[in-house]
Design a protein around this ligand. Structure first.
Ligand SMILES: *Cc1c(COP(=O)(O)O)cnc(C)c1O
Length: 523
């Protein structure tokens, strides 16, 4: 293989040479060691090139333009440039312009630093390129997914009748969960949605808290229920669904309305608050309505003795969404949908002549094609199995407890800081707060403060809108999502020092674009 090295992207000789005999395909063992060696070489070549910050400093437009320039003309080259130059170019932009989730001041989203063992296992999954649809698309990974699902089922406390499937994330698991709920509920009322579509269905209703994730609305739209099917139930000051309000909604449904599901959130994205699952489960049972628990964020609490009580009652759900690429420290994606009864995947079952004809299934050649909407599907369970075996429940629980401790520490710092106002305390690993000052619009100040922290490459923190004083108006708040168990109190101190410094800077310089003239008396 001849290595063509472009002028703008010179590759040092010692970096380039071993790449010339790179095996072409990722064959077992030889391919793995080539991939491993390749990563080692990239790591060496990239040493010192990183930005050393959560995000690269600079204005987003300039950063994106710089990356585009590095990548060069967007055209499939007639002649390839070879692995050395290609990987060097891409690793270079990742190092210089990517996100560093392991940075101690990265605290914006439910996007954790990935565990090294999971990254290795994920590379192994890529190298196998197995799929999960049938036995002959990869027996080992099929068994690994079943093992991981059974492990999760036992952790929840579901019976052996339960089942589940991996997928690309919480949004997809919510879609799949509501699809199964829709079809199951419709079947109970004599409607076959798969055959006849949703037209025959009476007015569908999906009850969830005001703070439900937006993917529930999207799922309702995609499933033909319409976003107007979503019936938001109010939350209390603790950001948890008020069960009496749910009960009242159900009692008030008219004869032509069909409750398709109740969606309880176990770990709201902003607050980590968990809807009262035992009370909601009792209501769901009384009205015979499907209970879906969106535990995309909160599920990981089950790893921790301290936080597991938050999820008491989750075993009474009909379906559960969980994301191990949040609390679980997996590289995305590691989403799962669990069903209390595996039989309820029925409306997704398919027999396809070239994949899983009935006689093959009977002979044991089937796979998981009938439990999801995907066909080819990568073995995400491999990294999860590696992680579970490596750390056990206790190891993962300790990581979560450490993040929880750090969040509690951040909460105390906020309370002690006169310039900051605590908006919502830490239930799990998020804390919501506001920067306060005189004479400027606080929504704009908080938004500007966050942008400055990001664009100066200091820290990456989150923002959200919260109805602060129950007066109905949403206020721009700041949010820390703390998922790095290696962050310490000293890091949190540094974060607040920077926050105060940049806050004062915004106060003294005023807001850009004349925003500072828009002083309001809202606060
Ligand atoms: C993150 C999240 C989702 C969406 O999950 P993705 O994996 O990002 O698709 C759904 N629900 C809740 C509560 C979440 O926090």
């Amino acid at each position: 293989m001849r290595l063509a090295v472009s002028e703008e992207h010179p590759v040092s000789a010692e970096f380039a040479s071993p790449w010339t005999n790179l095996v072409t395909f990722a064959e077992p063992t030889a391919g793995w060691s080539a991939a491993g060696r390749g990563l080692t070489q990239l790591a060496t070549a990239m040493a010192g090139r990183g930005h050393g910050a959560p995000l690269p400093a600079g204005d987003p437009t300039e950063v994106l333009a710089a990356v585009a320039a590095e990548l060069g003309r967007a055209q499939l080259p007639e002649q390839g440039i070879g692995a050395a130059a290609a990987l060097d170019r891409l690793a270079d932009v990742i190092a210089r312009y990517g996100i560093d989730l392991t940075h101690k001041l990265t605290a914006a989203h439910l996007q954790p630093p990935p565990l090294t063992v999971a990254v290795i296992a994920d590379a192994l999954a890529s190298a196998s390129n197995a799929s999960l649809d049938t036995y002959d698309s990869g027996p080992a990974t099929l068994a690994i997914e079943r093992w991981a699902i059974s492990t999760l089922i036992r952790l929840v406390g579901f019976s052996d009748a339960a089942g589940g499937v991996f997928g690309p994330g919480g949004s997809y698991s919510n879609l799949l969960g509501l699809l199964v709920a829709r079809d199951h509920t419709a079947a109970r009322h004599g409607f076959d949605i798969r055959r006849h579509g949703v037209r025959a269905l009476p007015r569908p209703v999906v009850l969830c808290s005001q703070l439900t994730h937006f993917s529930i609305h999207r799922a309702c739209a995609a499933l033909g229920l319409g976003e107007q099917a979503v019936r938001p139930v109010p939350v209390g000051p603790d950001q948890r669904m008020i069960p009496e309000a749910l009960d009242a909604e159900l009692a008030g449904l008219t004869a032509d309305e069909l409750p398709v599901a109740i969606v309880a959130t176990a770990g709201t994205t902003d607050f980590g608050s968990v809807d009262p699952l035992p009370e909601i489960a009792a209501i769901a049972a009384r009205y015979r309505v499907w209970l879906h628990v969106d535990a995309a964020y909160g599920f990981g609490s089950l790893f921790s003795d301290r936080l597991a009580p938050l999820l008491t009652g989750i075993d009474r759900a009909d379906s559960i969404t969980l994301d191990l690429h949040k609390v679980g420290w997996q590289p995305a994606a590691a989403g799962v949908l669990l069903l209390s009864e595996v039989e309820r995947f029925a409306s997704l079952s398919r027999s396809v002549a070239y994949l899983n004809p009935d006689d093959d299934i009977e002979a044991g050649y089937g796979g998981l094609l009938g439990q999801t909407l995907q066909t080819t599907r990568r073995p995400d369970a491999l990294k999860v199995a590696a992680t579970f075996l490596t750390y056990g429940r206790r190891g993962l629980g300790e990581m979560l407890d450490t993040c929880h401790d750090i969040a509690r520490y951040a909460e105390r710092r906020i309370v002690a800081e006169p310039q900051l106002e605590l908006i919502a305390p830490a239930t799990m690993t998020t804390v919501v707060f506001r920067y306060r000052c005189e004479d400027l619009d606080l929504d704009q100040v908080n938004a500007e403060l966050r942008r400055r922290l990001i664009s100066s490459g200091i820290a990456l923190i989150g923002r959200t809108d919260v109805r602060v004083r129950g007066d109905g108006a949403a206020r721009t708040c700041l949010k820390l999502t703390l998922l790095n168990p290696e962050a310490t109190e000293t890091d949190i101190d540094a974060l607040f020092d920077q926050l105060r410094r940049v806050g004062l800077e915004v106060e003294s310089e005023g807001l850009p674009d004349g925003q500072d003239e828009m002083v309001t008396a809202r606060d």
